[in-house]
Design a protein around this ligand. Structure first.
Ligand code: AHR
Length: 335
């Protein structure tokens, strides 16, 4: 039997028991015949974690990568980090290579929601626990991962829409820059936003296209929106992330449109660039999506290594920032 079998089984059992409300103290203490309480780290061996990152499409992603690498180094974890350059096939290859390397835990941020089941089954067969970081997967069997640590993207979409309802008085013709097609944040943010504006008959999305979460694409798509027959009617922009909004702001300025004035702009992430744009009066609101989740990620890894149970879902606490707060908040912004 492989070394990991005992605590994988214990973890799953703990989750099942927790779900039934019968989690016992002994389950939480950790320690099986194969994995002593205190786990591998206590035994003086380095914990090995394979992490497949999506890429470096946005300032958010760069901060997320930094948080993960810094936290791993701080805790003495042997992190095998792979950058998938935006491609699911590269992520699947990386996950298979982590199996071959016999890592202790596999973590990844899935570029899209679907298509993971076969590789997740291979990982489960190898008795390696999976931690989903930042984005969810769409699978029929949720025992294929141990925990999902990330934001509530639907709520972020709702928050953006609620801000726009208030700022526009419930009247807006909206252009939407969507994130990567098929990704959890693109699907969920759209859903949350549309759910709120559905109650406001004078709010309508009149243009919507993907900008793939990048500044360059955000600019390119906004240029085409502005040149389209509906271009002059647009009164507001909802961008699924700050990078696309920042690209769109450039496109507006080049087209003689005053961002943040002629057009209300709300986006998601709350990265430093968004605060700078708010201080300059060019962006109106940013909804926070916190990328600094390295500590929670490795808390879960260490709990698993110690044979402890982990919550199936860890939601990150986040805020909404408006222009008026930007000058003050930017002073302490970490990313
Ligand atoms: O999954 C989180 C999203 O991915 C962030 O909003 C975006 O900036 C990133 O690329």
């Amino acid at each position: 039997m492989q070394r990991t079998t005992g605590w994988w089984t214990t973890g799953i059992l703990c989750l099942a028991m927790a779900a039934c409300g019968v989690l016992t103290a002994s389950c939480d203490q950790g320690g099986t015949d194969e994995q002593p309480a205190g786990g591998k780290a206590a035994a003086g061996k380095k914990v090995v974690v394979g992490f497949s990152q999506i890429g470096a499409e946005s300032a958010w992603r760069t901060a997320n990568t930094e948080s993960i690498k810094t936290e791993a180094a701080k805790r003495g974890i042997d992190l095998r980090f792979a950058d998938a350059q935006q491609k699911q096939e590269n992520q699947i290859k990386a996950l298979r290579s982590f199996i071959a390397q016999g890592v202790d835990v596999i973590a990844f941020s899935p570029v899209v929601e679907t298509g993971w089941e076969p590789v997740l089954r291979e990982i489960k067969k190898a008795n390696i626990p999976v931690v989903l970081s930042d984005r969810a997967v769409d699978v029929t069997d949720d025992s294929l991962y141990v925990t999902f640590i990330g934001s509530d993207f639907v709520e972020e979409g709702r928050r953006a829409a609620n801000w726009l309802v208030k700022a526009s008085g419930g009247k807006a013709l909206i252009a939407e820059l969507q994130g990567t097609p098929g990704s959890a944040p693109a699907i969920d943010r759209k859903k949350g936003f549309e759910e709120v504006i559905a109650a406001h008959p004078d709010m309508k999305i009149i243009k919507s296209q993907t900008g793939d979460f990048t500044r360059a694409k955000g600019k390119e798509v906004m240029e085409s929106f502005l040149k389209s027959p509906e271009g002059k009617q647009i009164t507001a922009l909802f961008a699924h992330n700050d990078d696309m909004a920042l690209g769109a702001i450039q496109a507006m300025e080049e087209a003689g449109v005053k961002p943040g004035k002629d057009m209300l702009i709300v986006s998601i992430d709350a990265v430093r660039g968004a605060f700078e744009a708010m201080v300059a009066g060019k962006l109106n609101c940013t909804v926070e999506c916190n990328p600094l989740i390295g500590p929670q990620l490795f808390d879960a890894v260490e709990a698993l290594m110690a044979g402890k149970s982990v919550a199936k879902r860890v939601v990150i606490n986040e805020s909404v920032y408006e222009q008026a707060q930007a000058a003050e908040v930017i002073k302490t912004r970490k990313y």
